[in-house]
Design a protein. Sequence first.
Length: 309
Amino acid sequence: MGSPAQVVTVRVPAKVNVQLAVGPPRADGFHDLANVFLAVGIHDHVTAAPADALAVTCAGPGSDDVPLDPEANLAARAATLLAALHGIEPAVRLHIDKDIPVAGGMAGGSADAAGALLACDTLWGTATPRPELLKLCAELGSDVPFSLVGGAALGRGRGELLTGLPVSGAFHWVFALAEGGLSTPAVYRECDRLRDAEGVHPPRPEPTPALLDALRDGDAHALAATLANDLETAALSLRPSLAATLAAGAEAGALAGLVSGSGPTCAFLAEDADAAARVAAALRAGGTCRDARATTGPAAGATTIESHA
Ligand SMILES: C[C@](O)(CO)[C@H](O)COP(=O)(O)OP(=O)(O)OC[C@H]1O[C@@H](n2ccc(N)nc2=O)[C@H](O)[C@@H]1O
Ligand SMILES: Nc1ncnc2c1ncn2[C@@H]1O[C@H](COP(=O)(O)OP(=O)(O)OP(=O)(O)O)[C@@H](O)[C@H]1O
């Protein structure tokens, strides 16, 4: 074990799924995916400090909807899991500064779990090897391994089996944040229900080669032409008002738009930073969303930004 620090803060990014191909439901209730993740510049911060017992606090937009009970909060569950691995008590005070929309389809809870793992590992000096940390991430949730590694990656299995993807430069994004969230299991269920009703049998999910090329080449137009989310129809079915948000982004000059993951956040790809600022301003003025944020991706994965005694 290394020498323990006293307070550790970790910054963790949100994600957008530039491709989300969803197979049929598996026996364990999950779906096999071809999940092309891109980390983007909206971040939560997780701070870990020594305490007598595990406790969590949370501040920022939507924090009232984050459970603080250590059995429910994903960051607290991450601390408990890491402590159990090392046979120590999870004696830590975790504080989450939220900027990632809660239940927004941008992996906010997953980010907090990955951030807490890294923060506690540093605080406790447990120096857990990265493959072990990634195993703990996968136990905590399908999106959590990606929150730790960031950048861009293809997720197979239920999304937890990652292969890093090369990306040239940065893509410019605008995120239209919605009022209220959508439940991820409910969106997957709705996807299955709609497919059953229409007699659709999805093929084995595979990444689109042209989309991977677009990422590698940093070609925003080619990426715009290949963005695809199999959960979008289900999210729109549960939240029909998202159609107006998607239309508003297209009207404002986005190259393309799609629902982010299980929604309800909508993501728009823009030509450059100026175009992104214009799309964000038009979305804010149009009233089809709670707020709009311009940013870029890929972003780095969970990163320690402060560690001091
Ligand atoms: C929609 C995405 O955000 C796209 O990246 C993810 O697939 C969801 O990942 P997550 O929130 O980490 O999901 P988990 O916590 O692992 O699972 C929550 C629930 O989502 C559904 N789920 C999730 C992942 C997956 N491949 N198939 C599923 O059907 C299941 O009902 C599961 O019980
Ligand atoms: N630290 C946490 N931050 C946010 N939500 C949490 C946290 N811990 C538990 N939750 C619960 O998880 C639910 C999903 O929230 P989250 O913000 O992770 O959704 P999401 O971004 O749509 O997830 P994903 O994109 O990974 O499917 C929330 O409704 C909340 O009850």
